[in-house]
Design a binder for this molecule. Structure first.
Ligand code: ARG
Ligand code: ZN
Length: 852
C-alpha cells in the first residue's frame, strides 16, 4: 500500500510514558511493556499499536484483561476513558532476525536498529515519529554472555539476579520517538574519555567494541570530541546527558544510527588505524561520528513529524557534518568531494525512474527513501539557505528553530519558517526545492561588446519531467558568479550572487575593458547542471586562473568531458588542452597535492554515461582508456614524480601527508593508462614498502586491472595478511569487484563462491555485489551476465534482508538509457525479479518503479 504525505493526521493516542522490561536471550527474548496512553483530542477511535512479526502473549489495560484484536499486523484495543495503562508481552528471536531491524544478534552480542520502523519488531507501539515518550528500561541477561547492558539515557541502578543473570535499569529524561530507542547487550570493552561542555557539564564518553578492537577506537573518540566542541562553537549546541555511548557492530544495514545517548555504528565507521584503514576511511569515520552526534539536536531534540520530513533531520545534519569536515581539513577539497558524491549518486537518481523530491509525496517502504536525494540534495538545499542568508542570519535562524521546536516533532516548513522569522528574509520561493524533483539545467552564454565595455550574461533554466511531475516550474537558483579578463586572467567583475528564478534572465555587466570569461556556480552554490557556451580556450584559461578552487576544478572536469564525450561519440579528440591544464596543475607550486589529485581525476564512466543520450558502455570505456593513455604518456615524468613523492610516515594524517598519498595513487592510475608494465612495477613497489592501508589499497586498486604477475602476488599477500579482519577483507572483495578487465564478472562469480563470502553480512554483500553494480563497464557487459548476477544476488538477499537487497536495485534503473540490446537484457532481469514469489515490499517498490 502507498503511504501519502497529504494523508497525515495527528496520532489518535499519545504515549507520554513507556516502561520496558527485557529478559534478554539470543533465541528467546521476552519483552514486557507498559504504556501510559492518552487520548489525543475528542474522538472514539480505538488504540492501534503497530507490530511486525509479533504475537501478543498477554494484553492488560489498567491491570485487567481487556478485549483486543489483531487487524493485520496491528494490535487494536478499545480503551474506555481518556487514559490507561496498557501492558503487553511478546517473545522475539534475535538470532533469527536476519532483517537486522528491531532486536538482532551480531557477533555474539544483541543490538537494535529501530529507524525507521524497527521498534514495532520489538514491542507493540504507535511506531511513528510524532509520538514522543519518556522511556524507562529494565534489562536482564546472562552475566557471562552479556556482561555489558546499555540503553538510552542514564543508568539508575544495576545488580545481580539468580542463575548467573544480572540486570540494569536506565531512564532517558528526554521524550523521544520510538525510532530513537536502542539497546545493546554483549561482551564489550570501552574506550573511555570525558568531555566538558561549554556550561561546565562533564560528560562520560565511551566507545564500546570487542576487546581486540580497542586499539582501533582512538580516531573515532578524537572525532567525537572535535564534533562536540564544533557544535558548541558553530551552532551553540551543547550535549545534554551525563553519558554518551557509541557501540560498533559488524552487521548493520546502514552507516550508523543516532539513538539518544547510545549511537550504534557499523564497525567500518569506528575502527581504524593506519595499517587497516585508508585516509578516506579516517575521513569517513570523522564525518559519520560527527553526523550522528549532531543528530542529538538536529533529529533528537527536534525530530520529524512524519517520515516525509526525513530531510528535515538528514539534509540538515549532512550539511552540518560537511561543514564540520570542511573546517577540520581543506574546505576546497571537501567541497569537491561532496559534489563528486552528489553527481555520482544523486544526479542519476534525480534523472531516473526512482526520482523523488527532497520531501517525497508518497512511499511504499520508507527504508527506500534514505537516499542521496533526501540526504545529499537535502544538504545542498540547506547550503543554499546558508548562502542566501549569510552565516549570521542563518545561525539566528537555526537558534530560533532549535529553541522554538525543542521537544517537538517538526516539519520542513517549520524549519524554513524559523529561518525566515529570524532573518526577516522571505524564503518561500525556495520551498520548491523540497517539492520538485529533478536536477535543473542552467544554460549560460555571455555576449561581450568591446565598444561599450558591456557584457550580457544570458541565463536559462529547465527541469526535465520526473515520475509524477510531468511539467516543472522555474526554481530559484543562487549562482555565485564572477568575470575574469580573458587577457589578464584577473577578476574584472567581482563575485556576486545572481539569483536565477525565471525561465530566462539576462544580467548586465558594464565598464569591462577586456573580454570576459565566465566563472559561474562557484563553490557549486546551487545543485544544478551548468551548460555554458564557452570560447575556444576559455576552460583552459579558467582552469589556470580562476581564484575559486571549485570553479578551477570544474573547468578541468569540463575539459575532460569535452574530450571524453567526443571520443565516446567516435569523433576526433583533442586532448591537448586537458594535457596542458593537467600538466600545469601537477607542476604548480601553489596548489596542494589533495587538490591536484582531485583536479586530474577523470570523471567516472557512469558519470560520462549520464551525459549521453544513448549509453554505449564499450564506447565510453574505450574513450576513457584513450584519454588515460594520452594523459599518462604526455605527463609521465610529472606523474612519476608525484607517485614517488615522500609522504613520511603512514601514521601522519596531516592534510599534506594525506594529499601526497592521494596524489600518489591517482598518478599511479594515470601511469597505468599509458604503460602497464611500468605501472605494475611501481605499484608492486608501492604495495611492498607501504606502512599504511592508503598506499597499499591505492597500489592494489591499480594492479587489479592489470594483466601482470604482480597482480596475483599482491592479492594473495593482501589476503594472507588481512583475511581475519572483516573490514579489510571487505576491501579485498571490493577491489576485485571494481577491476576494469574483461574477466571481472568471472572473478566476481568465483568470489561469490568464496568461503568467506556471505550475503547475510551487509558489508560483505555491498563489497562484492554493490561494488560490481557500480562498475559500469563490467556490470554492463554486452552478454547480460552481469545483469543476471546482480539479479540473482538481489533475489537471494531479499529472502534474508529486504532493506539491503533493495539498495542493490538502482543500477538497473538506468535501463531505458542504454542501447537497445542491453536495455532489453536489463529489463528482462527486472521482470525476473518482479516475478519472484514472496518478494519484499522493499524490492517490489524499487523494481516496479524502475519498470514503470
Ligand atoms: N538516521 C541514520 C543516519 O543517517 C540512518 C538510519 C537509517 N536506517 C534505516 N533503516 N534506513 O544517520
Ligand atoms: Zn543521519
Amino acid at each position: 500500500a502507498t503511504i501519502r504525505r497529504e494523508d497525515y493526521r495527528p496520532p489518535d493516542w499519545l504515549v507520554p510514558e513507556i516502561a520496558l522490561d527485557f529478559a534478554l536471550d539470543a533465541d528467546v527474548t521476552r519483552v514486557r511493556s507498559r504504556l501510559t496512553v492518552e487520548r489525543n483530542g475528542a474522538h472514539d477511535r480505538p488504540l492501534r499499536l503497530d507490530g511486525d512479526e509479533l504475537t501478543p502473549l498477554n494484553v492488560l489495560a489498567n491491570g485487567q484483561d481487556v478485549a483486543w484484536r489483531m487487524e493485520g499486523p496491528q494490535l487494536v484495543v478499545d480503551i474506555e476513558g481518556d487514559r490507561a495503562d496498557l501492558e503487553t508481552e511478546v517473545e522475539i528471536n534475535p538470532a533469527q532476525n536476519t532483517k537486522l531491524m528491531g532486536l538482532y544478534a551480531s557477533g555474539g552480542m544483541l543490538c537494535t536498529q529501530c529507524e525507521a520502523e524497527g521498534f514495532r519488531r520489538i514491542t507493540f507501539f504507535p511506531d511513528r515519529p510524532d509520538v514522543l515518550s519518556r522511556y524507562r528500561v529494565r534489562m536482564d541477561a546472562d552475566e557471562q554472555r552479556f556482561p555489558i547492558l546499555l540503553t538510552n539515557g542514564n543508568e539508575l541502578a544495576s545488580g545481580k539476579g539468580e542463575h548467573g543473570r544480572h540486570w540494569a535499569e536506565w531512564e532517558d529524561p528526554f521524550p523521544k520517538p520510538s525510532y530513537l530507542f536502542a539497546l545493546v547487550a554483549g561482551d564489550l570493552k570501552p574506550n573511555r574519555d570525558t568531555f566538558t561542555t561549554m556550561s561546565g557539564r562533564k560528560v562520560d564518553l565511551a566507545i564500546w567494541v570487542r576487546e581486540a578492537d580497542l586499539p582501533k577506537t582512538g580516531h573515532a573518540m578524537a572525532s567525537l570530541k572535535a564534533a562536540m566542541a564544533w557544535d558548541e562553537k558553530v551552532y551553540g549546541r551543547e550535549y545534554d546527558l551525563d553519558q554518551f555511548n557509541i557501540v560498533a557492530v559488524s552487521d548493520f544495514n546502514m552507516g550508523a544510527m543516532e539513538n539518544k545517548g547510545l549511537n550504534v555504528f557499523n564497525s567500518r565507521y569506528i575502527l581504524a588505524d593506519p595499517e587497516i584503514a585508508t585516509d578516506a576511511d579516517f575521513d569517513a569515520i570523522a564525518a559519520v561520528v560527527a553526523h550522528e552526534y549532531f543528530h542529538n539536536w538536529s533529529g533528537n531534540r527536534v525530530t520529524c513529524r512524519d517520515w516525509f520530513q526525513l530531510s528535515l533531520k538528514e539534509g540538515f545534519t549532512v550539511f552540518r557534518d560537511q561543514s564540520f569536515s570542511a573546517d577540520m581539513g581543506s574546505a576546497a577539497v571537501k567541497r569537491i568531494e561532496d559534489v563528486r558524491v552528489l553527481r555520482m549518486a544523486q544526479f542519476p537518481e534525480d534523472s531516473g525512474p526512482l526520482a523523488h523530491p527532497v520531501r517525497p509525496d508518497s512511499y511504499i517502504e520508507i527504508s527506500n527513501f534514505y537516499t542521496a536525494t533526501v540526504y545529499n540534495k537535502g544538504a545542498e538545499l540547506i547550503r543554499m539557505f546558508h548562502t542566501v542568508l549569510g552565516p549570521e542570519k542563518f545561525r539566528a535562524g537555526t537558534d530560533l528553530y532549535f529553541d522554538r521546536h525543542d521537544g517537538e516533532a517538526a516539519t520542513c516548513d517549520d524549519f524554513v519558517k524559523a529561518l525566515e522569522d529570524a532573518s526577516g528574509v522571505d524564503l518561500s520561493a525556495f520551498k520548491i526545492w523540497y517539492s520538485q524533483a529533478g536536477t535543473p539545467q542552467v544554460d549560460a552564454r555571455i555576449d561581450y561588446d568591446a565598444d561599450t565595455g558591456t557584457a550580457l550574461l544570458k541565463l536559462g533554466q529547465r527541469v526535465a519531467p520526473t515520475p509524477g511531475q510531468p511539467s516543472k516550474a522555474p526554481m530559484p537558483i543562487p549562482l555565485r558568479t564572477a568575470l575574469l579578463g580573458e587577457a589578464s586572467g584577473a577578476e574584472i567583475a567581482s563575485e556576486q550572487l545572481i539569483l536565477l528564478d525565471r525561465p530566462e534572465q539576462t544580467v548586465r555587466f558594464e565598464g569591462l575593458d577586456e573580454a570576459p570569461l565566465l566563472s559561474i556556480n562557484r563553490g557549486f552554490s546551487a545543485p544544478v547542471v551548468v551548460r555554458a557556451k564557452r570560447k575556444g580556450d576559455e576552460l583552459e584559461r579558467l582552469a589556470q586562473s580562476d581564484a575559486d578552487p571549485f570553479a578551477r576544478y570544474e573547468a578541468m572536469q569540463e575539459l575532460a568531458f569535452e574530450a571524453l564525450l567526443a571520443g565516446a561519440r567516435g569523433e576526433a579528440v583533442d586532448a591537448e588542452p586537458l594535457i596542458r591544464a593537467a600538466g600545469n596543475t601537477l607542476r604548480s607550486n601553489e596548489l596542494d597535492p589533495a587538490f591536484k589529485a582531485e583536479a586530474i581525476l577523470l570523471p567516472t564512466e557512469a558519470v560520462i554515461a549520464e551525459r549521453m543520450d544513448v549509453v554505449d558502455p564499450d564506447a565510453i570505456h574505450s574513450s576513457r582508456e584513450h584519454l588515460r593513455h594520452a594523459l599518462g604518456s604526455a605527463l609521465m615524468d610529472d606523474l612519476a614524480k608525484a607517485q614517488a613523492a615522500d609522504a613520511g610516515s603512514g601514521a601522519d594524517l596531516s592534510p599534506l601527508a594525506k594529499g601526497t598519498r592521494r596524489l600518489r595513487s591517482v598518478s599511479l592510475g594515470l601511469i597505468a593508462g599509458a604503460d602497464q608494465a611500468r605501472a605494475a612495477g611501481l605499484a608492486k613497489a608501492q604495495f611492498d614498502v607501504a606502512d599504511n592501508m592508503t598506499d597499499r589499497q591505492g597500489a592494489l586498486s591499480v594492479l587489479v586491472s592489470l594483466d601482470a604477475p604482480e597482480r596475483e602476488a599482491a592479492l594473495t599477500a593482501f589476503y594472507e595478511r588481512f583475511h581475519e579482519d572483516a573490514l579489510v577483507l571487505d576491501k579485498w572483495f571490493a577491489l576485485q569487484a571494481a577491476a576494469q578487465r574483461t574477466d571481472t564478472l568471472d572473478q566476481v562469480l568465483t568470489l561469490a563462491a568464496h568461503r568467506e563470502f556471505t550475503i547475510a553480512n551487509p558489508n560483505r554483500l555491498r563489497a562484492l555485489a554493490g561494488t560490481f553494480g557500480v562498475n559500469h563497464w563490467a556490470f554492463n557487459g554486452a552478454d547480460g551476465r552481469g545483469y543476471a548476477f546482480l539479479a540473482d544476488m538481489i533475489v537471494a538477499a531479499d529472502k534474508l534482508n529486504p532493506q539491503v537487497a533493495a539498495r542493490l536495485v538502482p543500477p538497473f534503473g538506468r535501463w531505458r538509457r542504454f542501447e537497445p540490446k542491453r536495455s532489453a537484457l536489463m529489463r528482462s532481469q527486472l521482470e525476473r525479479i518482479m516475478n519472484t514469489p514472496g518478494l519484499s515490499r522493499d524490492v517490489f517498490e524499487q523494481v516496479s518503479k524502475s519498470l514503470a
